[in-house]
Design a binder for this molecule. Structure first.
Ligand SMILES: NC(=O)C1=CN([C@@H]2O[C@H](COP(=O)(O)OP(=O)(O)OC[C@H]3O[C@@H](n4cnc5c(N)ncnc54)[C@H](O)[C@@H]3O)[C@@H](O)[C@H]2O)C=CC1
Ligand SMILES: CC(C)CC(=O)C(=O)O
Ligand SMILES: [Mg+2]
Length: 362
C-alpha cells in the first residue's frame, strides 16, 4: 500500500525516538512491499523558534490530509516562560482538538522479560494487561484559564466536561472492554468535583447499555493506589484528561519505564466508515534530562508505530511483526538504560532501533 505518514519529531528526545520508529516503519515497508512517504513537519518548541507558532498552519494541513501521524514529544525548559505568547504543549493540545482526537488509547502490558526492571514485586506484576482510555480534548486542559499576572496573585484552570464528551469516550471504552475481558473501571473524583459527578452520572447511563460488563467506579486517589496494589485486576480503565494523564505515567512503571508505553489518539472510530486518521505517540515527554545522549528508550515510539500500522493503515500482520520484533529483542536481554537490570546488555537508542529492524527482517 501507499501511505503518507506525517512525522512530528518535536523537541528533546522526540527526534531521537521518532528516527528509530521511522527506521522500523521503513523496514516494514521493505519486508511487506509497501511504500511509506515520511512527511516531516514542525511542531512544538522548534516550530516556535523557527516559525513563531507551536502549530504552524502547514503542519495542521499536512496532518489533516495524512494517512497517519507519528509524534515524538514537545516541550522543554527553553520554552517554560509563562508569559511567552506561545508554548510547545499548546500546539499539541490544539492539534488533538483540531483533529477531534478525543480518545487516547494507552495499552499497559507487562512483558515477562521486563519484570526484573520494575521496582514492584513479581506477584503484583504477573498478568498485567490493561488498556487505559484517556479522554483527550476536554477537562482542565481546555477549560477557561487565567494565567497569573506578573504579581502572581491569582490563576485558574477550569475542569469542564459536557455530556456528549463523556458519553462518546465512555462508549468507546465500553466497546473496547466488550472485545476484551469485559471489565471496565471508570475513574473520577465525584466526592468533590462537579465535573466528576456529571462524569459518573453519564458513565452510569452509558454503561446501562452494557449489562455484560463488570463495572466499577473508582475515585482517582484510590485508583492511584489500586494501580500498584492490584494492577492485574484491571482490563479497561476510562478516565478524564488530567486523571488519565497522571495515572498512565504511574502505570508506565508497571511496564518498566516511561519509555515502554505507546499510545494512539483516535476520534469517532465506532462510527467510522473508513480507517481513521490517528496520532501515535509515546506517553512520555521530551525528557530534556537525557536528550542528545543516545540513551532514550525508543520502544514506546516503535510500539506506537505498530499501533499506527494496525489502526490507521489496517496492517495487522505488519503491526504484529513489529511487536514480535520488540519482544524478541527484549528476550535476548538487550536493554536501554531505563529498563536495564542485572544480567542484561545495555545499548543506546540507535542500536535498539537497529536490533528491532534486524529481528523484523530476519
Ligand atoms: N506528549 C508530549 O509531547 C509531552 C510533553 N511533555 C513535556 O516534556 C517535557 C519534560 O517533561 P517531564 O516531566 O520531564 O516528563 P518526561 O516524560 O519527558 O520525562 C520523565 C522522566 O522519564 C524519563 N523518560 C521519559 N521518556 C523516556 C524514554 N523514552 N527513555 C528513557 N527515559 C525516559 C525522563 O528521562 C525523565 O526522567 C516538559 O516540557 C513537558 O511539558 C510531557 C509529557 C508529554
Ligand atoms: C504535554 C501535555 C499536553 C500532555 C501530556 O503530558 C501527555 O499527553 O501525556
Ligand atoms: Mg503525560
Amino acid at each position: 500500500m501507499n501511505a503518507r505518514i506525517v512525522v512530528l519529531a518535536g523537541d528533546g528526545i522526540g527526534p531521537e525516538v521518532t528516527q528509530e520508529a521511522q527506521k522500523v516503519l521503513g523496514a516494514v515497508a521493505e519486508k511487506f512491499d509497501h511504500h511509506f512517504e515520511f512527511d516531516h513537519q514542525l511542531m512544538g518548541g522548534r516550530a516556535i523558534d523557527e516559525l513563531g507558532t507551536s502549530l504552524p498552519d502547514a503542519t495542521l494541513e499536512a496532518c489533516r490530509t495524512a494517512d497517519a501521524i507519528l509524534l515524538g514529544a514537545v516541550g522543554g525548559p527553553k520554552w517554560d516562560n509563562p508569559h511567552a505568547p506561545d508554548r510547545p504543549e499548546r500546539g499539541l493540545l490544539a492539534l488533538r482538538k483540531a483533529l477531534n482526537l478525543f480518545a487516547n488509547v494507552r495499552p499497559v502490558k507487562v512483558t515477562p522479560q521486563l519484570i526484573g526492571a520494575s521496582t514492584l514485586k513479581e506477584e503484583v506484576l504477573q498478568g498485567v494487561d490493561m488498556v487505559v482510555i484517556r479522554e483527550l480534548t476536554g477537562d482542565a486542559y481546555f477549560g477557561p484559564r487565567k494565567e497569573a499576572g506578573e504579581e502572581g496573585y491569582e490563576a485558574y484552570d477550569t475542569m469542564l466536561y459536557t455530556r456528549p464528551e463523556i458519553e462518546r469516550v465512555v462508549r468507546l471504552a465500553a466497546e473496547t472492554a466488550m472485545g476484551r475481558r469485559k471489565k471496565l473501571a471508570s475513574v473520577d473524583k465525584a466526592n468533590v468535583l462537579a465535573s466528576s459527578r456529571l462524569w459518573r452520572r453519564v458513565a452510569t447511563q452509558v454503561l446501562a447499555d452494557y449489562p455484560e460488563l463488570e463495572v466499577e467506579h473508582v475515585l482517582v486517589d484510590a485508583m492511584a493506589m489500586h494501580l500498584i496494589r492490584r494492577p492485574a485486576s484491571f482490563d479497561v480503565i476510562v478516565a478524564g484528561n488530567l486523571f488519565g494523564d497522571i495515572l498512565t505515567d504511574e502505570a508506565s512503571m508497571l511496564a518498566g519505564s516511561m519509555g515502554m508505553l505507546p499510545s494512539a489518539s483516535l476520534g469517532d472510530i465506532l462510527n467510522a466508515q473508513e480507517l481513521p486518521l490517528g496520532l501515535y505517540e509515546p506517553i512520555h515527554g521530551s525528557a530534556p534530562d537525557i536528550a542528545g545522549k543516545n540513551i532514550a528508550n525508543p520502544l514506546a515510539t516503535i510500539l506506537s508505530a505498530a499501533m499506527l500500522l494496525r489502526h490507521s493503515l489496517g496492517l495487522t500482520a505488519e503491526a504484529d511483526a513489529v511487536e514480535a520484533a520488540v519482544e524478541a529483542v527484549l528476550q535476548e536481554g538487550v536493554r536501554t538504560p531505563d529498563i536495564a537490570h542485572t544480567g542484561t546488555e545495555v545499548v543506546g537508542t540507535q542500536v535498539m532501533g537497529d536490533l528491532v529492524v534486524e529481528k523484523l527482517l530476519a
